[in-house]
Design a protein around this ligand. Structure first.
Ligand code: ATR
Length: 278
């Protein structure tokens, strides 16, 4: 084995379908760097033990996915502001065999993907549905774009209220609201993002007709066929699944580890055809 080969992995449960190895290997080819990137299935109970083992085995870093992102922050020894506030991390970097540094690149990935799609968040009214890790992980980046309004709507309204309270206070951002899923606080949203896990159980988040009639952009953080549950409600032309976000969050992890931000457009196109079966 090449001793200079840098070692990485993605940890999650389940993990079989993760596209992260394909993405990171194609980025590595762009700069001719020799890496290994494996998928490791690990549950919450074993997570800490496995992370420490990988650090001791001189891995450079790991990506962390559902349901381990909250735990990833807990095992870290230092963390970025966004990860701290989100209480969730998806990128751990090992340094000097001692430090486990946690970052959350999901928000960066979402904003970068929207920007690739020429969606400028600054003047938009955004509705984000869900108040779990997917929402808390991306809110710091969304808030930094200073949209006109962000409303967090959740089935359990108390969770949305708590998130909104914490984030608006920290960022001193007044245009953050919360709502229940019945969306009584109507607004003319320009962009509606699904950050729930509902489609994993084949459930549809139903958007009220009066919101859809305004033809907002619909964005689902899920990708592939599962995103159809949400996106098929679109009345406008613009609807996107989360494959671009997946690639861009990976690109930011790659940048953290290699100091090079990879070209992403071809990788996104290739994965779109794999995940949508076209
Ligand atoms: P993640 O870390 O992936 O965001 P999570 O923390 O379990 O996962 O959060 C999942 C989110 O999806 C929550 O906002 C959850 O709503 P509750 O807070 O009310 O549980 C939401 N969610 C999951 N299934 C849903 C469904 N069928 N309808 C509406 N919301 C759903």
């Amino acid at each position: 084995m090449n001793m200079n080969k840098k070692k990485f992995a993605v940890l999650g449960f389940p993990i079989e379908h993760s596209l992260s190895p394909i993405i990171h290997n194609s980025f590595a080819k762009q700069i001719n760097v020799d890496i290994s990137y494996s998928k490791i299935k690990v549950d919450l109970e074993k997570f800490k033990e496995v992370v420490i083992q990988l650090k001791d085995e001189k891995f450079t870093g790991v990506n962390v996915t559902v349901p381990l992102k909250f735990e990833a922050l807990k095992v870290s020894t230092s963390s970025s502001e966004g990860a701290k506030l989100s209480k969730a991390a998806n990128c751990l970097t090992f340094k000097n065999n001692k430090i486990i540094h946690a970052e959350n690149t999901d928000g960066f990935g979402l904003v970068k993907d929207l920007s690739n799609k020429k969606i400028d968040l600054m003047n938009l009214k955004i509705l984000i549905i869900g108040a779990g890790g997917a929402t808390s992980g991306t809110l710091p980046s969304l808030i930094k774009c200073k949209p006109k309004l962000i409303c967090v709507a959740n089935r359990t309204i108390e969770k949305a209220e708590k998130l909104v309270h914490e984030f608006s206070e920290f960022y001193n951002y007044k245009n953050l609201q919360f709502d229940s899923l019945s969306l009584k606080k109507f607004s003319d949203y320009d962009l509606i993002i699904n950050a729930t896990s509902s489609s994993l159980n084949n459930n549809v988040i139903e958007i009220p007709k009066k919101l859809l009639d305004l033809k907002p952009v619909l964005y689902d953080m899920m990708y592939g066929p599962k995103s159809n549950f949400f996106l098929s409600q679109a009345k406008g032309e613009k609807k996107f699944d989360g494959i671009g976000m997946l690639v861009e969050q990976a690109a930011q992890s790659f940048y953290i580890w290699h100091g090079f931000y990879p070209h992403t457009s071809k990788v996104i196109k290739d994965l779109e055809s794999i995940t949508n079966g076209s």
